[in-house]
Design a protein. Sequence first.
Length: 366
Amino acid sequence: MVADCGGGTVDITVHEIIDGQGNLKELYKASGGPFGSIGVDIEFEKLLINIFGADFMETFRHKRPAGFVDLMIAFESRKRTSSPFKPNPLNVSLPFSFIDYYKKYKGGQVETAIRKFADPDVKWSSQGMLRLTPNGMRRLFLPTLERIKQSVGDVLNNLNCRGIKYMFLVGGFAESQVLQQDIRKEFGHLLKVIIPQDVALTILRGAVLFGLDPTVVHVRRSRLTYGVGVLNRYNPAKHPKTKRVSKDGVEWCTDVFDKFVREDQSVALGDTVLRSYTPAKQGQKSSVINVYSSERPDARFITDPGVKKCGQLMLDLNDIPVEDRSSHQRREIQTRMIFGDTEIKVTSLDVLTGACVRASIDFLNK
């Protein structure tokens, strides 16, 4: 397992080494969430709001943006040096602009507000700084730490992840001794927690090595279920009446979710999915097919809850000669989607003429 703990997110992957060359098989889909070190900053801001008031903090942020940045930089330096092994309190320097603006805005002293807050873990130091005890600093870390431990625990409890022996803790946030101790305390009895040297650079080095050999990951797990919406012959035994449509005297079921790959399905490097599509009109110059995704592997229709449009499959039919084709001939475009790499690739072929069709898949312009 690799837990990449950064500033904004935590990303968790699980792989198995399948041969002596170090090639990998993904055992569980990539997971994690938005609980990086910025969560500690958010808790610090909440503390300031509780002490000085939400109205003042919001006004200070907008009226004195440089002072607010200086304040968060001062906290960042103390956050980085926070350690469960140091009993000394941590002093956060409050910029002069903060102290001066509070006096003008509230008509009082910063020191008075802190003392009135009456928290034993938060005090005003004689050097004119906000003083946090080690327990006070840990309270700021706690919500983020709990979410990280919950996410790691969910992965370890998955049946596909039984028998994991090692966990690599990497990323900028992994430099925090508070995070390191909590992860070791929580999971050290289940697996060996390894923290490499220069943890902040480990992901960058891995990206470079992967660029040199992109085939090192032989098998991946699909994070979502992907497919398109199609028409199927209507079957009253399994299709709802609300999806029934008639076309040329034939009853069809609309909005059927035709799945290419299912959520958490193993996809090997080079695995392909073959589908055939027919343009709606004779002489059509292009065809655009919407691609949908869902976190549910059992979604039946593109209108089901949780199914959303995520991209488009575009077929350029301009270059296909149609002069020799009689009007009754059915035009069939065979589309091959290649999975298992870091991106989905697509190729298409006109079945009747054998000509290649320019095809692309776009997940940006939804």
